[in-house]
Ligand binder design. Sequence first.
Ligand SMILES: *Cc1c(COP(=O)(O)O)cnc(C)c1O
Length: 495
Amino acid sequence: MPTEPTRAPGAGQSADAILAELRGLREADAPTRGGRTFAYVYDAGLDGLDELAAAAYTAFATVNGLDPTVFPSVARLENDVVGAVAALLGAPGAQGTFTSGGTESILLAVKTARDHARAERGVRAPELVLPSTAHAAFHKAAHYLGLETVVVPVDPLTFRADAAAMAAAITDDTALVVASAPSYAHGVIDPVAAIAAAAAARGVLCHVDACIGGWLLPHLRRAGRAIEPFGLSVPGVTSVSVDLHKYGYADKGASVVLYRDAGLRRHQYFAHAGWPGYPVVNPTVQGTKPGGLLAQAWAVLRYVGDDGYAALAARVAEASDRLLAGLGTIGGLRVLGDPVPGLVAVTAVGGTGADGGGEPDLSLLLHLADEMRERGWYLQPQLSFDGLPPNLHLTLTPATADRVDDLLADLRAALGSARALPPVSVDPGLAELAAGLDPDTLGPDEVAAVLAFAGLGGDGGLPARTAPVLALLDALPRALKERLLTEFIGSVFRI
Ligand SMILES: *Cc1c(COP(=O)(O)O)cnc(C)c1O
């Protein structure tokens, strides 16, 4: 049912009333500080950091990053921030760009590769070769930019990309080959050197998605952990993406994409002189750009400092060790692969032996996520895909380090409660009906019926317990899943 739009208020309201309303809206949200939300948020737990980021944003809130000739401060800040990333992960001559996030960094890296392949190699129908664990942002980029994706299955035990299979997937039309350091889903580092070498041997570009690991891994190395090189120092790697709004602990809207040299980065830029307005040259997707996001990221990097980041990385690593050891003692939970410190994907298995020994149990896993949510924790459900088991994803940050022991205790208790619940099952009739639907020709009424069946009808909110919905989603064919997700989010943003 379409909702009537409400006009902005006729008479302006007081600042106090407005801020009170905004703060009230936050009450239903997952907490972004305090270490109980294990995805989406990155809490350094440092006194004064949030206040500094907000003040730095405010100082630049009215600045337009569109034109560094009018606002030279923007060039100074961006050169500093990109320079800091280049110093960690670059090679001589590396150049980059500050972007709004990992997705934009990846979008730009894919555009650069497409245009490079077109200009330098005459490629007309560009392809993107990526492991099945590559972030969805690459599929989005391929979708936006008109590339074909060539998805290469990963090793089903290690969850790492299969370098030989990736090499075999490269063709004369390949514009870009992708590796992750590490992957978001399982937190494992792909064999970057072998993949990059295979790409280079064919004259193809190679992007390392270090969105989540790019700022953490070098500092883990400084803190004494063994981490193989994965940046532009690795022969054949031609671009890297690094999110500062993850383990850089900047506020959201901060990432860097870095290229081997200026000749490559040029393909990212868009210039236009064919209109009567001002001469346009945009490095990124946006035109008008917030100066504040750049300023807050710059401020956060300075406030924490290199030694501070090494200390925070050590804290994440220590917490990660404790979490992995603890998970190993809970029968029925199994960690997937050998993740880098900071990320964990854990599945629930049938049986109660040391690691259950049994098969991944989707119903138990989803009940566990709901039980944990009732106990005040957010762990991120990830569904099964191409033979890879469903799991719960946890991102550890310094703030979660103090919570690990409580988390483990609650996981133990929640698993007991989850086992006592009747398994969620997908109505075979619905699954069958759904499997027979053609997602492209579904009318709104049919979609609404399936959503209602899944408990997603009406008010656009998720039901308190998400297990039945996610179990249904898990069972549906991919195209239908995507259609339902689209309809669902359309019902959330209902105007
Ligand atoms: C977070 C992430 C992305 C996407 O970044 P956003 O900032 O969410 O747009 C891409 N790749 C990896 C590995 C990530 O962790």
